[in-house]
Design a protein around this ligand. Structure first.
Ligand code: C2E
Ligand code: MG
Ligand code: MG
Ligand code: MG
Length: 292
């Protein structure tokens, strides 16, 4: 009867709760040794210039493969690593590996090797971050101009004065700065422009409904126009369809990162992506990419 059903639902709920709690505890424990156990890899998602159809750089995205837990998505483990503080050594590993890879691409003469790395709030609050970035660059013998750091609105808004000072200092090393997931926070682009940022990335949640949703389409156009008027480059995240690409190109959006052009791919595959575009004669045809 209803009573039995209620009891079953309750037991199921308890089982799910303890399962997710168990998984979380396991994740926390496993994250502590994941760097030294070489469980992390980076994949790279190409960014495409909408005017030339060329790959201008890549975003490094973290992947975790653990013997006990299997493959865990960053959407699941980053928040846990953020809470426990494990993100600080993990983030340092990401910086080192991304810079090492960028330097390797550069040594092989591949163009457009600039690499974007995501920073977490905890890392951003860490007083050693500046040194950690300089270490990663100097260990890789990479010049700062080939590295871009992705921050979020809330990270810079928490302590704005401090953030301006820090960002101004890191800009002196040539590193580029972008605001990730723009539109999901509560800040205005005009306010954000007080920070020495170069690029704004429009969040995928807006791009997803373009051009079908009137409001998301209006917002996207407005962010592109305002971004340009503030002297920022504008990137659209998560474009998957030709219709989205056509709209974004028409609105003058500078770059796109999304499944339409490429999913995140292993470093070895990026080489082909970049290599093709650098070959003379292929520049205008860009066989490697779907035609915009
Ligand atoms: P993000 O920085 O906004 O990265 C973009 C995410 O959107 C990536 O998910 C990417 O695979 C996904 N994406 C790109 N284009 C498309 C598309 O066309 N369709 C769909 N459905 N998805 C698309 P991913 O790799 O799962 O990463 C999720 C988030 O985890 C990232 O969002 C970032 O906030 C965080 N993250 C990833 N790697 C790192 C890292 O090394 N450090 C830190 N702190 N966070 C990271
Ligand atoms: Mg990002
Ligand atoms: Mg993000
Ligand atoms: Mg994003």
């Amino acid at each position: 009867g209803a009573k039995q059903r209620g009891k079953n639902t309750y037991q199921m709920y308890v089982r799910q709760m303890s399962m997710s709690l168990h998984r979380r505890v396991e994740m926390e424990a496993q994250l502590r040794h994941a760097v030294e156990n070489n469980e992390f890899t980076l994949v790279y998602q190409p960014r495409i210039d909408l005017r030339t159809n060329h790959c201008t750089g890549v975003e490094a995205l973290l992947r975790w493969n653990n013997p006990a837990l299997g493959a865990v998505s960053p959407g699941e483990f980053i928040p846990v690593a953020e809470e426990t503080g494990a993100i600080v050594p993990i983030g340092a590993w990401v910086l080192h590996e991304a810079c090492r890879q960028a330097a390797e691409w550069r040594e092989r003469g591949l163009a457009s090797i600039h690499v974007a790395v995501n920073l977490s709030a905890r890392q951003f609050a860490d007083p050693h971050l500046h040194d950690s970035i300089l270490d990663a660059l100097s260990d890789a013998r990479l010049s700062g101009e080939y590295l871009e750091l992705e921050l979020t609105e809330s990270m810079v808004m928490r302590h704005p004065e401090q953030a301006v000072r820090w960002l101004t200092a890191i800009k002196r090393t040539g590193v580029r700065l972008s605001i990730d997931d723009f539109g999901t926070g509560y800040s205005s682009l005009a306010y954000l422009n007080r920070f020495p940022i170069d690029t704004v990335k429009i969040d995928r949640s807006f791009i997803r409904n373009v051009p079908d949703s009137h409001s998301d389409t209006q917002i996207t156009s407005a962010v592109i126009a305002l971004g340009h008027s503030l002297g920022l480059a504008v990137i659209a995240e998560g474009a998957e369809t030709q219709k989205q690409i056509d709209f974004l190109r028409h609105e003058g959006c500078d770059e796109v990162q999304g499944y339409f052009f490429s999913r995140p791919i292993p470093a070895a595959d990026v080489e082909g992506f970049l290599g093709r575009a650098t070959e003379p004669g292929l520049a205008s045809t860009t066989r490697s990419l779907p035609n915009g």
